[in-house]
Design a protein around this ligand. Sequence first.
Ligand code: NAD
Ligand code: TDX
Length: 330
Amino acid sequence: MKVLVTGGAGFIGANFVHLTLRTRPDATVTVVDALTYAGNTESLPTDERVTLVKGDIADRELVDDLVGDADLVVHFAAESHNDNSLHDPWPFVQTNVLGTYALLEACRRHGTRLHHISTDEVYGDLELDDPAKFTPETPYNPSSPYSSTKASSDLLVRAWVRSFGLEATISNCSNNYGPFQHVEKFIPRQITNIIDGERPKLYGAGLNVRDWIHVDDHNAAVWAIVDRGRMGETYLIGADGELDNKTVIETILTEMGQDADAYDHVSDRPGHDLRYAIDATRTREELGWEPAYTDFASGLRATIAWYRDNEPWWRARKHETELKYQRIGR
Ligand code: NAD
Ligand code: TDX
């Protein structure tokens, strides 16, 4: 099977390539990645079954060629950071909307199967005490330029399924953690701050809740959808990992041998979503998928160890990332 992975030099895509090599002896992988600030070739395994093409998914000619040569497209490429989208939304429209459009048209022309990777943020946010969680039937209500462009891309996929009979599935996953995540994101930022002797930074009061899942569990669910998912369907992926940010920061500090309160409060993110929570019943019951990482503390411990052991991987990006945060006061 020839798999085209868009955004495979990013966090989740690179972990997907590693998982595919480990578990799919029949698969070869072509990664197409623009190698933006978020892409890193060092995240990819060196293996004769993996080919990297540097390119933009909004480049219709390139995408047409690559899709024409693939049996399956798994579409991770995106601008993915909410804070960036609040300061410069254009790359989010360009990649998340126009890039997805280019892929959809290529898949339509070649009759190629597509799996589109999306996020729980398309559903907006929940009150802290809301007993409901997001389900595939929850109405879309995105808050940020990031989540609204991801919602747009999901709607394009749905329309291509209905109007053109495209063979596609969609997954909306909660917050991922694990190896190879850029140091701009919450968990790696705090781990690497502590390694550097800097204090972790908590936005606002830190009561915002995220539903954490290990990246390998996300990617195992993606393969389950590719193998057994119903065409045109949306599957939610989450591991019942709800925690508020304050608890996560305190757990990281404790795991790293620091006082649990040795962090700073910084200004809050404008429009900051309060809570995400996924009901993954359909994915579990229909596809028989179950997360392997059910204990967040042990998954986090392994992730802390990975950042300690792989400093050359993140070091080059740490300084510029913190400069960017300094400029926006966070
Ligand atoms: P990331 O920012 O780490 O990686 C994105 C990758 O896409 C990078 O390698 C980047 O170079 C590449 N890219 C960006 N623009 C491109 C373009 N125009 N053409 C080709 N490549 C381009 O992101 P991530 O966290 O790995 O997220 C991957 C996907 O998963 C995204 O679609 C995101 O919306 C979704 N998602 C992420 C999370 C999470 O917690 N990180 C949760 C749910 C869903
Ligand atoms: O330094 C920080 N301090 C802090 O308190 C950072 C970087 C973040 N935060 C807070 C903001 C959020 O409530 O932590 C939470 C997580 O922040 P991010 O890592 O920026 O993730 P989030 O905005 O929740 O979005 C993530 O999950 C859904 C991914 O970046 C998205 O791509 C995905 O769709």
